[in-house]
Design a protein around this ligand. Structure first.
Ligand code: COA
Ligand code: MG
Length: 296
């Protein structure tokens, strides 16, 4: 998943617009973009959107962001939306692998109730939204086979820390937030899943979005969340591996395959050893995922 577009679950207009777009995934939001008084209605409209999505076959993934486990709202969210078979659930304010396991148990019950295959609903936790969550980052590895990717958020973390801002005047993240971003990248790699970058809020500034996407791809992120349809094309473009990078990766894999006993090979005057091979395999694997987007 390169682009994951948030769609507030109480807006039929935005859902209709998102349906026509090119996002690899939609995230129907029941959490922060929905006022408390509108949560019950948003659950019902999210369920209607999911059914509409299912009736118009689309090669993309659909998730629901439920409310956090400690809000008392998550069970009612799941009771409603699991009737309509989302591909995945986004878990906000996750603090550890145990939270993912707890959600996994709730999903297993709803899968059984709704005649869905056991384990078919994936989980995408947001893993940096509280100070305590930062200390749980090592616990996602091996916690649940449902974990599809990890992502992070800066807004709730600033609220948790009491920070005045999370970005510096030059647009980059202030140190605590850069640390959260980077640690989440390590956590995703340690878990063996994709790292998805957080949103870029200023949706009119496409140059700054592009720069942030390029920095994220360079560092190892596989995709980025969006809040506005105009952000999707830029995200898809930057996170689609360049043909040159794929060709280079295939050349490295081919060189090692042709020399199975070699620990090191040379291609066009450059040295390649095991880390290069592993990186090349990742590039090709991600390219393969692109061809296979869909279904969840
Ligand atoms: N998904 C689908 N459609 C969206 C959209 C979204 N996230 N954001 C905007 N649109 C639609 C608008 O409805 C509008 O459609 P229209 O031409 O049919 O009226 C069109 O795109 C242009 O929108 P625009 O006028 O530029 O923005 P806006 O002022 O209507 O909306 C936001 C701005 C920020 C309120 C809106 O983008 C939004 O709700 N984003 C998601 C917020 C969210 O989910 N936050 C939680 C996660 S951080
Ligand atoms: Mg939030």
């Amino acid at each position: 998943m390169r682009s994951l577009l948030f769609v507030p679950a109480d807006s039929p207009r935005k859902f209709a617009k998102a349906m026509q777009g090119e996002a690899d995934a939609l995230i129907l939001d029941l959490e922060d973009s929905i006022a408390a008084a509108h949560k019950p209605a948003a659950r019902e409209s999210a369920t209607d959107f999911l059914r509409e999505w299912r009736s118009a076959p689309r090669a993309a993934t659909i998730l629901v962001r439920i409310n956090a486990l400690d809000t008392g709202l998550a069970d009612a969210d799941l009771d409603a939306v699991m009737r309509a078979r989302p591909d995945g659930i986004m878990l906000p304010k996750a603090e550890s692998g145990a939270d993912v396991q707890q959600l996994g148990a709730k999903l297993a019950v709803r899968e059984a109730e709704n005649d869905l295959p056991d384990g078919s609903t994936f989980i995408l936790p947001i893993v940096t939204e509280t100070a305590r969550a930062m200390f749980g980052l090592g616990s996602y590895a091996g916690a649940s086979r449902r974990t599809r990717a990890l992502t992070w958020g800066a807004e709730d973390l600033s609220a948790s820390l009491g920070s005045e801002v999370n970005r510096l005047p030059d647009g980059g993240y202030a140190p605590p937030f850069a640390l959260a971003r980077n640690m989440m990248l390590f956590a995703a790699a340690a878990t063996g899943v994709d790292a998805i970058d957080t949103i870029f809020g200023n949706f009119r500034d496409s140059a700054a979005l592009r720069a942030e996407c390029e920095a994220a791809r360079r560092d190892g992120f596989a995709g980025k969340m969006a809040i506005h349809p105009d952000q999707v094309a830029i995200i898809n473009e930057t996170f689609t591996p360049a043909q040159k990078a794929i060709d280079e990766a295939r050349a490295v894999i081919a060189a090692f395959a042709a020399n199975p006993d070699a620990g090191v090979v040379s291609i066009d005057g450059a040295m390649y050893d095991r880390p290069h091979l592993l990186r090349a395999e990742r590039v090709v694997r991600r390219d393969y995922h692109l061809g296979g987007i869909g279904g969840g």
